[in-house]
Design a protein around this ligand. Structure first.
Ligand code: ADP
Ligand code: ASP
Ligand code: MG
Length: 450
């Protein structure tokens, strides 16, 4: 199946019937595209998250549900409201209403995932019907049969071995003879409960399925024609990068380029599958190829920004000349399921950054009282919020004399709270106050990437 391609379409690409028709044209133009992974229609997941966090006012709850229904109804209008699919969508809306009422009394991560999964379930059912209406042999598939995850509801981790076995069993034959339409973002644990991979997780789903099925290509179709030198919403002169290496793309995704879920490149890297990123609105506008390696290796390739970062400084005299303090501290973060990003140390303190961008499906803060209580057992804890992490991505940065002076002279008058440099030759990262974040991106772009 190394010839086959999995194509993923994001929320704006499946926002309405016209957008879905664009996707259908892209899928059917490439006979190798055998598996299609969809997000929920644009806006639906946000509305579902709102309901899942508990909307006490009934009128507001109904209004939120109406907004979700309206998006589905526009696509049903195009389909002419056939009985079977109209009934299925109605069942999903009824289910959302019941669970949203439950969430008012008490919500939790399990319930959030039971609610938010409806977005992807509905968009895939509707898209399958759009394909069928146009004469294509499309089959809807419930990805929860194969996308096995752990129990970390809201940000579950895939269990790669089980996923591979299940995908081979359930999908290998199906994709030989049909175009299979399935959901991104959602999965299920060993007990069959629905889980989600975290916001933006559909990119990751597509890459995971491509790996599990030994496909030869992953396509990520979104609302911009490729990965740009920075977020085009921040810098209007940002431009698409024709080709980028796995290592660089992984750094970009990890450090905030929203175009790819942070983990997307991992399965592609493991299985050596090239990934194409393009625009479903302008499929002929080209895009970006993410490949194992590229001929061009510019010193500066792109700049990414991740807002809403937390800096924790742990200070204790116990660190002086002692062994094991770092491992104790990191053990606490691990116990609370948190991954630490940047780390710097001094004689008596360590400073670490945590990403609070609502990567969990419920969008809530990751700083819990339980975590802080555990940390306060070993050190005094200072919390700084309202920070942005800027990552400059490129090649051989830490080995090229003068590269850092180019970076820091571009932002000489912007206060920097912390710098991480040298751990990877592909990135230079630093923290600035939120109010300076976008300005730092603009300056770096003008000086190094325009
Ligand atoms: P989808 O719904 O298709 O998954 P997303 O909104 O998650 O789309 O990601 C696409 C958006 O990512 C773009 O509209 C753009 O604003 C943003 N973005 C951030 N960084 C970059 C970048 N370096 N290149 C392109 N787009 C970026
Ligand atoms: N629908 C989910 C979200 O909005 C997953 C995705 O779009 O990738 O986060
Ligand atoms: Mg996305």
């Amino acid at each position: 199946m190394s010839d086959f391609c999995v194509a993923k379409f994001g929320g704006t690409s499946v926002a309405n019937s016209d957008a879905m028709l664009n996707c259908m044209r892209i899928v059917t133009a490439n006979p190798k595209t055998k598996l299609v992974v969809l997000s929920a229609s644009a806006g639906v997941t946000n509305l579902l998250v709102k309901l899942a966090n508990g909307v006490a006012d009934e009128a507001e709850r109904e209004e939120t549900i109406s907004k979700i229904s309206a998006i589905q109804n526009q696509i049903l209008d195009y389909l002419g409201h056939p009985e079977a699919i109209s009934g299925e969508i109605k069942n999903h809306i009824d289910q959302i209403r019941i669970l949203a009422r439950e969430a008012v009394y008490e919500t939790n991560d399990v319930l959030v995932d039971r609610i938010v999964c409806n977005g992807e379930l509905m968009s895939t059912k509707l898209f399958t019907e759009v394909m069928k209406k146009n004469g294509y042999d499309a089959v809807w598939f419930d990805v929860r049969k194969v996308m096995r995850t752990d129990n970390n509801f809201g940000k579950a981790a895939p269990i790669i071995e089980v996923l591979r076995i299940q995908a081979q069993k359930e999908l290998s034959d199906l994709v030989q003879n049909h175009i299979v339409i399935t959901q991104g973002f959602i999965g299920s644990n060993a007990e069959g409960q629905t889980t989600t991979l975290g916001r933006g997780g559909s990119d990751y789903s597509a890459a995971l399925l491509g790996e599990a099925l030994n496909f030869g290509e992953v396509e990520i179709w979104t609302d911009v024609p490729g990965i740009y030198t920075t977020d085009p919403r921040i810098v209007s002169t940002a431009h698409a990068i024709p080709e980028i290496s796995f290592a660089e793309a992984a750094e970009m995704a990890t450090f905030g380029a929203k175009i790819l879920h942070p983990a997307t490149v991992q399965p592609a890297m493991r299985a050596n599958i090239p990934v194409f990123v393009g625009s479903s609105k302008e499929p002929r506008a080209g895009g970006t190829w993410i490949r194992p390696d590229t001929d061009s290796k510019p010193l500066f390739r792109a700049v990414a920004i991740r807002k809403n970062q937390i800096l924790l400084t742990l200070k204790t005299a116990r660190m002086v000349g002692a062994c094991g303090f770092l491992s104790t501290a990191f053990g606490i973060f691990a116990k609370h399921g948190l991954s630490v990003d940047l780390v710097t140390t001094s004689e008596q303190s360590i400073a670490v950054t945590l990403d609070n961008t609502g990567t969990k499906s419920n969008g809530q803060s990751i700083l819990s009282e339980a975590l802080l209580a555990d940390l306060r057992q070993i050190a005094s804890v200072k919390i700084e919020e309202d920070l942005s992490l800027i990552a400059l991505i490129g090649n051989h940065m830490s080995r090229t004399p003068g590269s850092e002076s180019k970076v820091f002279s571009a932002i000489f008058d912007i206060p920097i709270r912390l710098i991480c440099y040298g751990a990877s030759s592909h990135n230079t990262c630093f923290l600035v106050h939120s109010k300076d974040g976008e300005e730092a991106v603009r300056r770096l772009h003008v000086h190094l990437l325009d």
